[in-house]
Ligand binder design. Sequence first.
Ligand code: GLN
Length: 449
Amino acid sequence: DLTKQVIEEMQKDDQPNFLITLPTDDMLRYAQYLDQNFDPNNLLYGIPYVAKDNFSTKNIRTTAGSKILSNYIPNFNATIVELLNQNQAMMAGKVTLDELGMGGTGLHSAYGEISNPYDQKRQIGGSSSGSVYAVAKGLVPFSLGTDTGDSIRKPASYVGIVGFKPTYGAISRYGVIPYAPSLDHAGFFTRNVDDMALIADVTFKKDDKDFTSFETRDQDFLKDINDLKPTTKFAYLKEVQEHLPEKIKRKYEQLFNKLKAKGYEVNEVSFDLDLLNTINPVYMMISYPEAISSHANLSGMGFGMRAEGENYAQIMINSRSKYLGEIVKRRFVIGSLNLKQENQDLYFLKAKRVRRLIANALNDILASDDILILPPSFQPAPLIETALEDDEKADSDFLHDILVMGNFAGIPSITIPFTTEEAMPIGINLNAGVYQDKKLLQAAKVLED
Ligand code: GLN
């Protein structure tokens, strides 16, 4: 009944573009079956959620926000979806995203734009736009997202919800349509940290189908959520703090004082400014080549939409020209160029070396301090008319892309609600060393209170 009600509400919503596909009758029959098999010990029993439409769902269309996959119906579930099924949560819909996870605005899905529910003149952010939307509107208590640069943690900030990207490999990515595999993380949105801990409890599992996945040492996320060690050390970056707009800077200072008053150590640490300024170009030089390589199969041949053509090359060119959006095309072109033999060393391999430097510097900080605090955004959600794509702001402020460091290093990272500016929510982001997901959630819980 709850799932039915959620579906009705989603269909009546004033921004219907957020929803791409509803569950099939099979799923609804499963809900009826669950009704008769109530398990009172299962906290997820019957809880409806929505999935970003790049999570494969058996017998349910999975478009990844692209026209090229508009007729793609997987015959298997992504492992995360499977685990949630086993725990009797109810998938209530597949929701929109910037095409193939590329973008950060919610304006670049082949299935229409959506905007920020708090102010429709503003962006909701992306690429996990639909997942953010559904939780921010209170339509569902949690949703699935993916994060290659910041696509969970930045839009969560724009609508004041919790967005979590676990350690690379801690949860399975099997069945998630990739963007850039060495940076791609799956993750979740909720309205509070306790709910996030509950989802972590059922999804942190090694999956033999995903060769990057590992056996997590952490368990009992929810049970131990209030047990952050009093000796936990927090840190923030001097260069970032100096760069923040005055008003926000003061709010961060107040927060640091509050943490100190609670007895925690808070340290100012330094990060090489030159390295910070490379984040965006390095991200582009790594993610675009990985994107063109992992999407070699979007050729119009094996599956997905096919345009006319006399031979393989023509079919591929015509299918991609017709069924891919501008951002994806641009990234594919730049990515291919970077992978050309003569350019590899100059761009792709060099970018990988700089990525390692950034990850090392970050890991050094997280080896001595437990939690690094970063601003997921230093302004409320930007206006739609000022939307810049990530590759259009290559020379802009490093603060735009600061969270991408977390993907370079594969560390766990979470955004939680923090404050408001111009009557809009704005979040705060916390990071911990690899495998320290539990400590990260515990710290988030302290800051949430
Ligand atoms: N906004 C970034 C981009 O456009 C991040 C995307 C992501 O994390 N999927 O690439």
